[in-house]
Write a protein of this length. Structure first.
Length: 248
């Protein structure tokens, strides 16, 4: 997975993508993230990358020139690219999109807007897809781009070290995750469920599946309409509902 992030504030992205799991993935070459400062592509002595909007109004608009030149520089390597604009107007990012991007063979370019956004000609001529991480507004697209890159990269085999770790995450199979516990077995009079210390792997598997179904039923019941439940899942879900409503 190869990514380029175009930004006026490279330090924000670098702090997010060069640490922890994603940082190790870049070191091993499983993921490549190049953070480009758009001011480096400005043509005046002050490295100006934004200007006042035509027609008046408050705020500044990112100039088209540095963005076009940065994308041209990336494309000059000859690799096929897909250009994203981080935008609250875009399609909302989710696990399905993360999985799609983790399998993308093209170079992924993320343009991070700031201030009042980018000159509209960038959107019209360069952008293949607008993408958002939710119905809210950030000061810029840097954190959103970092979120998308991490969520996608961790689904690439080898990035997490143990591939099954990603497969057990919330949303991987359409359900929320089951509860996790660690030592000590009792903390402030709160005990770990006995089943987890039983050593019975089949009981543990069923308990975890039931807990995942229960969490999804309580918190995100809409997700249950989007997945195909096995006969075992349906039986466990019936138990969940029965326990929740106090029926037998």
């Amino acid at each position: 997975m190869k990514c380029d992030v175009l930004t006026l504030f490279p330090g924000i992205v670098q702090a997010a993508v060069y640490e922890s799991i994603l940082g190790r993935a870049t070191e091993t070459g499983l993921v490549q993230v190049n953070v480009l400062d758009l001011r480096d592509f400005a043509v005046d002595k002050h490295n100006t990358a934004d200007d006042y909007p035509y027609g008046g109004g408050s705020g500044m608009v990112m100039k088209p020139g540095p963005v076009f030149d940065a994308v041209d520089a990336i494309k000059s390597c000859g690799e096929p690219v897909k250009v994203f604009l981080m935008s609250p107007q875009g399609v909302v990012f989710d696990h399905r999109k993360a999985l799609e991007l983790s399998r993308e063979t093209r170079r992924l370019v993320f343009i991070c807007g700031r201030y009042e956004g980018v000159d509209e000609r960038v959107r019209e001529a360069l952008v293949d897809e607008e993408i958002s991480i939710g119905d809210f507004v950030l000061s810029g697209g840097e954190l959103a781009a970092a979120v998308i890159i991490e969520a996608s990269a961790r689904l690439i085999p080898g990035v997490l070290g143990a591939d099954e770790s990603a497969e057990k995450d919330s949303f991987y199979d359409g359900l929320l995750d089951y509860p996790h516990y660690t030592r000590p077995a009792v903390y402030r009079d709160m005990a770990v469920p006995d089943v987890l210390t039983s050593g019975n792997h089949e009981r543990i598997r069923l308990w975890r599946r039931k807990q995942a179904l229960a969490a999804t039923f309580r918190k995100r019941p809409d997700l249950l309409n989007e997945i195909e439940l096995s006969p075992e899942d349906k039986k466990l879900l019936e138990e969940v509902e029965s326990e929740m409503w106090g029926t037998s």
